[in-house]
Design a protein around this ligand. Structure first.
Ligand SMILES: Nc1ncnc2c1ncn2[C@@H]1O[C@H](COP(=O)(O)OP(=O)(O)OP(=O)(O)O)[C@@H](O)[C@H]1O
Ligand SMILES: [Mg+2]
Length: 573
């Protein structure tokens, strides 16, 4: 409950550069009098709403609120208590000012005065301009009674009064949370898709690497196998050749022996020819000589012939022996030549063996190089391992994201449920439905107190149905001005009573601007006064009127407004 203490202003509307204070300290009924244009509405209606909500009660442009004669230092201050806290709100124009003081200290404001205003309405007053005017004022030219508000404005006022606008606030918060959540779900899904894509790239990578690795391994193995077969073939060929060479190796010795023997044979042939020549010489001597040249002794013919014959025999023998030796020599020479050919052949084989051995060595080196290539193939293994590690990391991240997603989805579900509950058709509708019979009952109570015997019903869509005795049901607009005034007042008083029960948008001032004046008949005035009196012990009731004579006696207090030197002045009795 807001307990207003005073409103104080200067250079506001028709008021000049002096402080005018309307006090709300005593709960009493105050009659507010003064001629047209003397400042009553400024002092009681516009001052309070301007201070609290930054806009006047009436549709006046804000710059026009500054007193036009002084044209500066317009300042309105309203003081009130809520619970154990005291507040003052200062609102000024030329220079601009908006300050909230709590227990004498300025409440710090952030840069935006819009937020500061929101703070005042939502955190301190707990009602907005619309609700405030609905429970504090009635009458006045620019006032729109509840029954003439739109359905959404009616809802707003009722929510404030039933103190359930928190659900609307919550709904706004939840909606923004939901959209935030949706964004996060979208982001998380995106991140997950990216990770899945990354994972599949790595999986493809592994398949490619493995295929390549297998292909290389099998290619290398095939190559090695082929080369090893070639080596085996060469080795077996070498073995055969070596066998051949082994066979030839005895020939080498044989050839040496034969060559030695050939030399001997050659010597023998030479000496045999030499010996034969000696014999030829001796024979020639006997044929040519008759006596010995040394002793001159005569050589007999017989001796001579015998000797010649003997020598001829020996010559023949020698010739035969030489021939034999030569034959033998040639035969051996033939064999030696044969062996020499064979040995040449062996050398050729040895060359082939060396060549083949070289080829084998080359092939072995090639195998080594292929085996070395296997280690490069192992680098595929390293890449595969790295890819597998990456996949593991991605899977972990995907798992974490799926947990987050599940949490977000659960949170979203909860918020969805809450959002449904917080909709106009949710909890609020239930609460309103519960309160509607009470609201209707209170409205009807005030209507009957004002001797207006109709049955008023507000439905869940806040549409009214008013039934009067012996008549069909009517809408608000089909009633007379005086009747409308009674309905408006009954509704206003009902809001005040409900607000009091709910301890919500309730306050200690009620301002009735000229509702007694035009349409209200004298019976109506009496009925209304009766009702107001029941409220006077808990509220400051201001009745602005021109019917001073008729009402003067009925009030504890009178404040009157007069214009002096173009400035409005207030005096009280
Ligand atoms: N900025 C201003 N500076 C000075 N006077 C102003 C300014 N704005 C309006 N006025 C004057 O203030 C007066 C309006 O006062 P207000 O509406 O409070 O009168 P009232 O007592 O409620 O009159 P009524 O009985 O007709 O409702 C008018 O005379 C108007 O010309
Ligand atoms: Mg007025």
């Amino acid at each position: 409950m807001i307990i207003f203490k005073y409103v104080k202003f200067k250079n506001f509307g028709s008021f000049g550069n002096y402080n005018t204070t309307v006090s709300f300290e005593k709960n009493e009924m105050t009659l507010v009098t003064g001629s047209n244009g003397h400042g009553k509405s400024y002092a009681l209606l516009d001052s309070i709403t301007f201070a609290l909500f930054g806009k006047p009660f009436r549709k006046i442009n804000i710059p026009q609120l500054v007193n036009s004669i002084n044209n500066k230092n317009c300042l309105v201050e309203v003081a009130f208590d809520i619970g154990s806290n005291s507040y003052q709100v200062f609102r000024g124009l030329k220079p601009k000012k908006f300050e909230i003081h709590k227990n004498g200290e300025l409440v710090k404001q952030n840069a935006k005065s819009k937020d500061y205003q929101k703070f005042l309405e939502e955190q301190i007053l707990k009602m907005n301009y619309k609700s405030f005017t609905q429970i504090v004022t009635l009458g006045s030219s620019s006032f729109v009674p509840f029954m003439q508000l739109t359905a959404s404005d009616r809802r707003e006022v009722i929510e404030d009064i039933l103190d359930i606008n928190i659900f609307s606030t919550m709904n706004v918060v939840i909606k923004s949370k939901l959209s935030n959540l949706k964004e996060r779900v979208l982001e998380t899904n995106n991140s997950m898709e990216i990770l899945k894509e990354k994972k599949s790239v790595q999986e493809d990578n592994i398949i490619t690497l493995k295929n390549k690795q297998e292909e290389n391994i099998s290619n290398n193995a095939k190559k090695i196998e082929k080369v090893e077969k070639e080596i085996d073939r060469l080795l077996s060929e070498i073995k055969e050749l070596e066998q051949d060479v082994k066979e030839f190796s005895s020939m080498k010795e044989e050839q040496k022996n034969i060559n030695d023997k050939l030399l001997l044979k050659k010597d023998k042939i030479v000496s045999s020819i030499k010996e034969k020549n000696e014999k030829e010489k001796s024979k020639d001597f006997y044929n040519e000589n008759e006596s010995c040249p040394v002793c001159s002794q005569k050589i007999t013919e017989d001796f001579k012939q015998n000797k010649i014959k003997e020598l001829e025999n020996e010559i023949e023998k020698k010739e035969n022996a030489t021939k034999e030796l030569k034959d033998l020599f040639y035969e051996m020479k033939k064999k030696s030549d044969f062996l020499s050919d064979k040995l040449k052949e062996m050398n050729d084989i040895n060359v082939v063996i060396i060549e083949k051995t070289n080829t084998i060595n080359g092939a072995r080196k090639y195998i080594e190089s292929l085996k070395d290539a296997d280690s490069t193939i192992n680098s595929f293994g390293e890449s595969i391992k790295q890819a597998e590690e990456k996949i593991q990391e991605y899977e972990k991240q995907i798992f974490d994201l799926s947990l987050t997603l599940a949490e977000l989805k659960e949170e979203k579900n909860n918020l969805d449920i809450l959002s449904v509950l917080l909709k106009d058709s949710g909890i609020k509708a239930k609460i309103i439905k519960n309160y509607l019979p009470i609201i209707n009952e209170i409205i009807n109570k005030y209507l009957s107190q004002m001797n207006f015997s109709v049955s008023f019903t507000l439905d869940e869509e806040f549409n009214e149905q008013i039934k009067s005795r012996h008549r069909d049901s009517f809408g608000y607009m089909s009633f007379s001005e005086g009747e409308k005034a009674r309905i408006d007042l009954a509704i206003l008083l009902a809001w005040r009573e409900i607000a009091k029960i709910k301890n919500s948008a309730h306050c200690n001032i009620l301002i009735l601007d000229e509702i007694f004046d035009s349409s209200m008949d004298s019976v109506g005035v009496d009925d209304l006064m009766k009702v107001l009196r029941t409220l006077a012990n808990s509220s400051n009731i201001f009745v602005i009127t021109h019917k001073t004579d008729q009402l003067y006696e009925k009030f504890h207090k009178v404040i009157s407004f007069k214009k002096k030197n173009n400035f409005s002045k207030m005096s009280s009795k």
